[in-house]
Design a protein around this ligand. Structure first.
Ligand code: SAH
Length: 258
């Protein structure tokens, strides 16, 4: 994997399809991982004079190429910062051909921010995990967190040869649309993470294995085992509602007894 996951888009059609995935005219857009600024320029054009692109890039050595590409473009602000440490708080619209080694971290950061729509280019396998349904091989903690917070859709795929250098994997562009907070279920993320660590075991067994990570006493767990919902099911088969029921039980009985 190249340093900082630098695989730059050069296919014009792909760049324009990403930049036009949702209407952004007159809007402020946050772009994560601007690279040499190809997507930045397309976004700036679509945002128009009354809109703006705030671009983040960690690698200062790209500033020369970026300046050249964005020469004369007035509605772009480039920040050479680590996106992981940057506050996404004020941004409603987020774009990015994300650095693949940070996809998960940045995705969780987007989900936890106050965004409304995000268009992100991701490794195809990662995109498939985001949209995976219960029972599928790709179903993961990420699927649960993303689908609880957002409507998630794969818009289109981008083959590897649209990038330089050519990566070993294909990509997919995903649209995330935040659900209103009342449309989200209360999930205990630590519990969900622990259950997916043992996703092929029954919930009862998975919880026993994870009790240290969750800071739960064995005796308490055993004594409350009878009331545990879905205890013979496996995490890989649980729906969002199932996770919410388990989270509720976990917090009201187990954590309350700790
Ligand atoms: N948007 C560009 C580049 C995508 S490659 C294009 O489509 O061509 C991903 C970019 O993210 C790289 O330029 C890489 O330097 C940058 N990047 C990697 N880690 C980062 C981080 N922590 N914060 C901000 N940018 C980062």
């Amino acid at each position: 994997m190249p340093r900082w996951s630098q695989v730059f888009l050069f296919d014009r059609t792909a760049i324009n399809r990403i930049a036009s995935a949702i209407p952004i005219s007159g809007k402020t857009v946050l772009e994560i991982g601007a690279g040499e600024g190809v997507l930045t320029a397309a976004l700036a054009k679509n945002a128009g004079a009354r809109g703006k692109v705030v671009a983040l890039e960690i690698d200062r050595s790209l500033s020369g190429k970026m300046e050249k590409r964005l020469h004369g473009v007035k509605n772009v602000e480039v920040n050479f910062v680590d996106a992981v440490k940057f506050d996404f708080g004020g941004f409603k619209i987020i774009f990015g051909n994300l650095p693949y080694h940070l996809s998960s971290k940045i995705l969780f950061k987007i989900i936890d921010s106050n965004f409304s729509r995000a268009v992100v280019c991701l490794q195809k396998e990662f995109a498939e995990r985001l949209v995976a349904k219960p029972g599928g091989r790709e179903y993961s903690r990420l699927s649960v967190a993303a689908q609880n917070a957002c409507d998630v859709k794969i818009l289109f795929e981008i083959p590897r040869f649209c990038f330089v250098p050519i990566p070993r994997v294909d990509s997919a562009v995903v649209l995330l649309e935040a659900k209103p907070s009342k449309g989200r279920l209360r999930l205990n993320q630590a519990l969900v993470a622990a259950l997916f660590q043992h996703k092929n075991q029954s919930i009862r067994k998975a919880l026993m294995h994870s009790r240290k990570a969750l800071g739960v006493d064995k005796k308490i767990l055993l004594s409350l085992c009878e009331s545990m919902p879905l205890r013979e099911k496996r995490a890989r088969h649980l729906s969002l509602d199932d996770f919410a029921a388990l989270s509720e039980w976990f917090e009201s009985s187990i954590l309350a007894n700790r």
